[in-house]
Design a protein around this ligand. Structure first.
Ligand code: FAD
Ligand code: UDP
Length: 382
């Protein structure tokens, strides 16, 4: 019946399934345990008619021409330069910390001098990770680094990860560097914005191919069994010989026998207000106060015109695998990678079985990088 099975319909599973079906003529079964497609990119109208992102704000951004062209087959774009501000006391400061932020903090005159100094040291347009800025010897630069560390990174990172910035993988805080320019945009990529009709519509089109069958509300573990003694996969009781692409959590595939892979999770609290504008910005980061990390106001992200407005607050917590908990962020460190490696070794014993995605690879992927990797993996199976 099927030539390939893909577990999960997030961007990893959806892009891989499309390539297998369209470019290789394969009959692909996609198993998705949620009642909807799209994984964490899923969006929907709430009861007030506001388009919301159920699993946190997703802004598409990429410099990858090929991925942009590939996804543009399935959607038009509402293009905008995404900007974020941090609430620090009474001030709203542009994040990433940039030369505009510098002048707001130090005043025009002193800010101008410091901007010159930063530009001399790092070069115009440079993107400097906070941990690198903190290593500078110059006392004035150190003072800037201390300010940014204390007011932008420390408390936000403690909330998000339960650890200090210097205790987590440097690549994580490196995603939001200090930027030596007057560009207030959160991302530096050439293309940024939203699928014009939303992510879910884009996913429907990606998966809308006669060679793809999607079963929702179906946990793969109900129909797909991994028999370790035989190194063979069974689909609905019969030996399956085609490719299997798994995009779920790797520990779950083996009943968490070595213990759970650690993740950070999030609780999303949605609130609706019958006012036209709640905060005047799409995203406000709470970098020195509150228990939540940020507030997103969706209509500023999507460009939707409506009388009311819906916001979401994000409360991070340690994932324990409890009912309804979703693992969002892999916690990247040596110990966890070693544990991941033990599970990956079990999966490797199955021929034509591939781990793909933020969960299955235990990695921090943006949508564009995930799509690129999924397309490349599927093409390698031709
Ligand atoms: P997912 O989207 O998680 O999809 C995995 C799918 O597999 C899910 O639908 C799940 O239900 C299904 N599944 C798992 N196990 C099983 C099973 N046993 N049986 C059946 N189905 C199963 N990226 C950006 O580029 N821009 C952003 O602004 C951005 N914001 C983000 C904000 C948050 C809060 C988070 C958590 C991530 C954000 N990302 C963003 C990253 C983006 O969400 C990921 O790159 C993307 O979702 C990864 O896709 P995926 O398919 O690997 O995983
Ligand atoms: N970060 C921070 N303050 C901010 C924004 C980001 O401390 O105002 C840190 C925090 O540790 C966060 C990381 O930088 O986890 C990466 O931020 P990004 O916005 O890329 O995280 P995402 O929500 O996209 O995973």
């Amino acid at each position: 019946m099927y030539d390939a099975v893909v577990i999960g319909s997030g961007i990893a599973g959806a892009a891989a399934a499309r390539v297998l079906a369209e470019e290789q003529g394969k009959r692909v079964l996609v198993l998705e345990r949620r009642p909807h497609i799209g994984g964490n990119c899923y969006d929907q109208e709430d009861e007030y008619g506001i388009l919301i992102h159920r699993y946190g704000p997703h802004i598409f951004h990429t410099g990858d021409e090929e991925v942009y062209a590939w996804l543009s087959r399935f959607t038009d774009w509402y293009a905008f330069g995404h900007e974020v501000v941090a609430r620090v006391g009474e001030q709203l400061l542009p994040v990433p910390f940039n030369l505009n932020t510098l002048k707001l903090v130090y005043g025009e005159e002193k800010g101008e001098i410091l901007a010159g100094k930063l530009t001399d040291i790092f070069g115009a347009g440079a993107r400097v990770p906070i941990l690198e800025l903190r290593r500078q010897q110059d006392p004035e630069i150190q003072a800037i680094a201390d300010f940014v560390y204390e007011n932008i990174f420390l408390k936000y990172t403690m909330k998000q990860w339960g650890q200090k910035p210097e205790e987590i993988d440097p690549a994580v805080t490196g995603r939001v560097p200090v930027v030596i320019s007057y560009d207030n945009r959160y991302f530096g990529d050439k293309y940024q914005g939203m699928p014009k009709d939303g992510y879910t519509s884009m996913f429907e089109k990606i998966l809308g191919h006669p060679g793809i069958e999607v079963r929702r509300g179906r946990d793969a573990r109900e129909v797909l069994k991994l028999k370790e003694k035989e190194s063979r996969v069974y689909l609905e009781g019969a030996g399956f010989h085609g490719a299997v692409i798994y995009t779920g959590a790797l520990d779950e595939l083996f009943e968490c026998r070595y213990g759970r892979l650690p993740y950070r999770s999030l609780r999303f609290d949605f609130e609706h207000y019958e006012i036209p504008d709640y905060q005047g910005h799409s995203v406000v980061n709470y970098t020195v106060s509150e228990d939540f990390t940020r507030i997103t106001e969706f209509k500023h992200l999507t460009g939707q015109k409506a009388e009311g407005t819906t916001i979401v607050k994000e409360y991070p917590f340690a994932y324990r695998g409890g009912a309804g908990e979703i693992p969002y962020y892999a916690i990247m460190n040596e110990e966890n990678f070693a544990l991941y490696g033990k599970y990956a070794a079990l999966a490797e014993k199955f021929p034509d079985f591939y781990l793909l995605g933020r969960l299955a690879e235990y990695k921090y992927y943006n949508i564009d990088a995930m799509a690129a990797r999924a397309i490349a993996l599927a093409r390698s199976l031709a």
